[in-house]
Design a protein around this ligand. Sequence first.
Ligand SMILES: C[S@@+](CC[C@H](N)C(=O)[O-])C[C@H]1O[C@@H](n2cnc3c(N)ncnc32)[C@H](O)[C@@H]1O
Length: 250
Amino acid sequence: MSTLIEQARSREWFYNYDLPDGSTTPTYHGADIKAIHDTRWRMVDSCLSENLGADRDRLTALDLASHQGWFAVKMAQSGFSSVLGIDARQSHVDDASLISQIYGFDQLSFQLGDIHQQSAKQLGQFDVVLMLGLLYHLENPVGALRTCRELCRRICIIETQIVPGMSGYVDYGSYQYVRPLKGSFGIIDETGETHGPEASITGVCLVPSLDALVWLLEKVGFSRVEVLEPPEDAYEQLLYHKRVMVAAQV
Ligand SMILES: C[S@@+](CC[C@H](N)C(=O)[O-])C[C@H]1O[C@@H](n2cnc3c(N)ncnc32)[C@H](O)[C@@H]1O
């Protein structure tokens, strides 16, 4: 065990993990980053308690874009019977697996994968699907939302950066055929940053407006979509609606 902990402490992490010997993993973002993870976990946890009750020991969960496993670990610690994390970067899968070994979680596993390549045929369905911090790094966000729906048995929680919305009407082919906008996407260029551990893997990023996100979640087949209220002491991006967390029920 001590060699595993030494291995974990020998490098810098995205997350501040508490290790069994009382130490914590050093992070490359400093202390500020902790607030965003803590706020998001509190929001996820309270949404799950409200919608699924406190008893999680018969429920399964999938964490899409699990990075170094922090939310998957929280899900396992909170009682889920099995949790799978998937991320497109092998180094994250290796780090998450190391943490899982250190904590001794048999119900937790991680595998390499691009969200655009996942299907229920390969993975089955999960009671809970988390997709946090991923949607706005993708060039096919609509496909990703369809994948979330396909993989989800009960509730899907999505957390994402959003862009200001555009509303209005478009002469769609002619002035006689006018259609209302249902939302909009902003394009962000990450093509120079695809080496970054938190970045997109292709660099072409389509970021939805809140209207677009809610409308799309209904169109891909979720029956009820709720925008979750951040707590009063939330991380600023969530507090001021630059990022949102949305719960979509099957
Ligand atoms: C901003 S981080 C978010 C990590 C974590 N979900 C969280 O919210 O703390 C984005 C993560 O998405 C992963 N990622 C990027 N593109 C992906 C893709 N196409 N499929 C799966 N994971 C991807 C990255 O490797 C990175 O771990």
